[in-house]
Design a protein around this ligand. Sequence first.
Ligand SMILES: [Zn+2]
Length: 121
Amino acid sequence: MALAIKEACEGLEEGGEPVGSVVARDGLVLGRGRNRLRQNGDPTAHAEMEAYRDAACRLSQSGDVEGIEPGLHGATVFTTAMPCEMCSGAILRFRADRVGGCRGQRPIRRQGPRPCWSVRA
Ligand SMILES: [Zn+2]
């Protein structure tokens, strides 16, 4: 969760929304990302999607292209804001085991970065 909060803080420093996310499994970080909607002008650049893209990129660099999707199954998604419908769809599509994060849409600005929820995906 600390890594997701770090991503959120870096996003805020870049002038973006303070939302960060990490996809991890078995204690290993598979991917990390932050909301880059403003920075990239990309409406799909939500933190969770960026973390999945980073994870897929890392898996593909290992040469296991066929294993990218199964390689994301069973992961935990840490995020500093409640996932939107698009990101929730990706979390379900890639069969994350758990999702956890901070309450509210803008936790860094409004409440401070406190992880306070966790659900089975
Ligand atoms: Zn989203």
